[in-house]
Design a binder for this molecule. Structure first.
Ligand SMILES: [Zn+2]
Length: 367
């Protein structure tokens, strides 16, 4: 509509109408975008990125035990990952990702420990079928030891087909334990050999750099961790049974042990398990203490927890704890002396909004 001097009244009315329609459109758009952003932020909050690193040991086509999974069950788990939009990636790929937006959808890493023959005979064909990479953690004394061990030939074949090889020491000792009457310097020399020489042997035999180390029995201290770093490993894996947040900590990669006698539901639960953010863990992760009455706990930073679902476990056994809502501290005070050994401490709770399972866990040792 052209605007002319003789038509001013009409034009103002026209502009007013245009203005009204535009404002209405803007209002609708603003409402729409606010709603969209709200939904989006709720989803983001409820589903923080977690990266499960799964750990298997032995495989069987007949029986099942905690450290020996039935092949059908294993295949079912791999099939689930393949058909539910999970991205099974290698440890190297995970460690190379620096920005959140480089992460593929639902990342998962697969590891297999110890070097059983069944890794080659049973697990390898299944993983090949789905084109899934994996990392094997081998302790060199077991290689070609007996009919249940992998041979170097088999290891070489797998390492040329999507499998990475990491060290799991020479002889699979508990790296925290002294031998009877062993002096400190002899202990350090011995565990150093377990960490350094195993890397050297694997590298010489395979002609590839060995970049990852998994603690035998998941046992470590700050000293052990330090030696693993000095040896030049770029990724260190524990067995603390929790998922990894992003960005990941290469010196402290959490793994989830997949037990052969667990139900399929618990596998799904592990994949979906979120992390409870904390500001302090006490005693800190990897600490060795002499006090058998030490207070154990954490300061929780999560205010979305359903407090009625809060539990705390020490070495797999539930303990009674105190919770202080004003500080967010959860504390277990032992009433009898704790047995001298390593404990995984874990705290679990449900999210009060979406009821997802959340967990934090770490390792302490009473000496
Ligand atoms: Zn092992």
């Amino acid at each position: 509509m052209p605007l002319t001097k003789g038509n001013t009244k009409f034009s103002i009315e026209f502009l007013r109408q245009i203005f009204f329609v535009l404002s209405l459109k803007c209002f609708v758009l603003i409402i729409f975008f606010s709603f969209f952003t709200l939904i989006w932020s709720i989803q983001i909050k409820a589903r923080e990125i977690v990266i499960p690193i799964l750990t298997y040991h032995n495989f069987s086509s007949a029986t099942e035990e905690s450290y020996k999974i039935n092949l059908e069950k294993f295949d079912e788990q791999m099939h689930y990952l393949a058909t539910h939009n999970y991205s099974v990636i290698s440890l190297s790929r995970l460690l190379a990702i620096k920005e959140k937006n480089e992460l593929p959808p639902k990342p998962v890493v697969i590891t297999i420990d110890d070097g059983y023959k069944s890794t080659y005979n049973l697990a390898y064909p299944v993983l090949k079928k789905y084109n899934f990479p994996a990392t094997l953690f081998l302790y060199t004394d077991f290689i070609e030891k007996n009919q249940y061990s992998l041979t170097w030939e088999e290891i070489k074949e797998m390492s040329n087909h999507n499998f990475e090889i990491g060290s799991h020491s020479l002889s699979h000792p508990n790296l925290l334990k002294y031998k009877e009457g062993e002096r400190e310097e002899d202990y350090i020399a011995r565990i150093k050999k377990e960490i350094f020489l195993s890397k050297e042997i694997l590298e010489n035999r395979l002609g590839k750099r060995v970049k990852y180390f998994a603690y035998p029995y998941g046992a470590y201290s700050s000293l052990v961790k330090e030696l693993v770093l000095v040896a030049g490993y770029e990724g260190i894996l524990n067995a603390n049974n929790m998922n990894n947040p992003f960005p990941i900590n290469p010196a402290s990669l959490n793994r989830q042990i997949i037990y052969g006698n667990n139900h399929f539901d618990s596998f799904i639960k592990i994949l979906n398990q979120q992390i409870i953010p904390t500001s302090i863990l006490f005693p800190p992760d990897g600490e060795i203490l002499n006090n058998q009455f030490t207070k154990i706990g954490a300061k929780l930073k999560d205010n979305h927890l359903d407090m009625s679902s809060l539990t705390m476990k020490l070495g797999g056994a539930k303990v009674k704890f105190d919770f202080f809502p004003q500080t967010g501290e959860i504390i277990f005070t032992p009433s009898s002396p704790l047995i001298k050994k390593s404990y995984i401490v874990n705290i679990t709770a449900k999210d009060k909004e979406d009821q997802s399972n959340k967990k934090i866990s770490w390792l302490i040792t009473i000496n």
